[in-house]
Design a protein around this ligand. Structure first.
Ligand SMILES: *Cc1c(COP(=O)(O)O)cnc(C)c1O
Length: 306
């Protein structure tokens, strides 16, 4: 068995942001640089799950996701790297014959992932034990990782994102999908720090989901920057992402980190952060999804992410 290469050192990169009348110190934790595919929070969320799977002597990982899912790509990639078979239960039967046209799925397939495409209605049953049983009948025994990878072990992994050197930041910002990453950040933050989650989707359930795993109350969910919902984007966001890259040489993704950074910049402009604030934004990765998004943008004749 190959050893796990699991502890990565991640740098914080400084970005200059000018607010209305004062400078704000903003640093970006480059979790995106952990690996080109197994990057950011998906790496953090899988880490202890992989160790648990090995300990339980399971060599098959089964998980759920949409066709552009960073989690599907990361699971397929770790499976290949660490010797697990992987099964992806994919939302939407219509994609069955379109694997080649989808960069995430074709990458996952190259890594050896087996797919099962199910209807959106069936996909909603992904948490039901009888549905899991039918999957066990079909595929045999497996280690189950929920959609988006969020479970207690995933949160444990995300509790390692912040280090002692980060204690001086007043704010820690991260994008929110299921809220697992934010919960991990809350749990490892200092009581003096405020943790801000930027919701990447419309979802009133998120606050409750985060509360389930968060052990502190020093956090807030910001819901003004989801751009209409999950993976919904417009040319304003694309322009922002492209400009941000030009200025800082950091690629943001359109689904999560782009929306968060747009939100942080907007809040800085509006004077949300008091003078002297030090902000740490977590770059949670997600770069693999850009190619798939650009395919869609091209079809809709929108500007592309550069
Ligand atoms: C999945 C993902 C998120 C959301 O993480 P949650 O733990 O589900 O909230 C944020 N950023 C990126 C890049 C992701 O891939």
């Amino acid at each position: 068995m190959k050893p796990f290469v699991l502890q990565q050192s991640v740098i914080n990169q400084q970005v200059i942001v000018v607010g209305n009348s004062y400078l704000i110190e903003l640093e970006i934790k480059r979790e995106d640089e952990i690996h080109s595919i197994i990057s950011g929070n998906k790496y953090r969320k899988l880490k202890y799950n992989l160790i648990a799977a090995k300990n339980e002597e399971k060599n098959v990982l089964l998980t759920f996701g949409g066709a552009f899912s960073n989690h599907i790509a990361a699971t397929a990639s770790v499976g290949k790297a660490f010797g697990f078979k992987t099964i992806g239960i994919i939302r939407g039967e219509e994609l069955k014959d379109k694997i080649e046209g989808n960069s995430t799925l074709s990458y996952a397939k190259q890594c050896g992932m087996t797919f099962k495409f199910i209807s959106r209605t069936d996909f909603k049953k992904k948490g039901d034990s009888y549905f899991i049983e039918t999957l066990k009948n079909e595929f045999g025994d497996f280690y189950l990782i929920p959609e988006g990878g969020t479970n207690a072990l995933a949160i444990k992994g995300c509790e390692e994102i912040l280090t002692e050197g980060d204690s001086d930041f007043n704010y820690v910002c991260a994008p929110v999908g299921t809220g697992g990453t934010l919960a991990g950040l809350i749990n490892c933050s200092k009581p003096s720090q405020q943790v801000l989650g930027f919701s990447a989707l419309k979802g009133d359930f998120l606050k409750q989901d985060i509360s389930k795993f968060a052990i502190k109350n020093n956090w807030e969910l910001i819901t003004d920057y989801h751009f209409g919902g999950y993976a919904k984007i417009n040319s304003e966001l694309i322009t922002f992402i492209n400009q941000f890259k030009k200025q800082n040489n950091i690629q943001l993704d359109p689904v999560y980190t782009g929306k968060m950074m747009f939100g942080i910049f907007d809040l800085i402009k509006k004077g949300f952060f008091p003078k002297g604030s030090k902000i740490l934004a977590i770059h949670t990765g997600g770069i693999q999804g850009i190619q798939g998004m650009n395919t869609l943008l091209k079809k809709r004749q929108l500007p592309l992410i550069q």
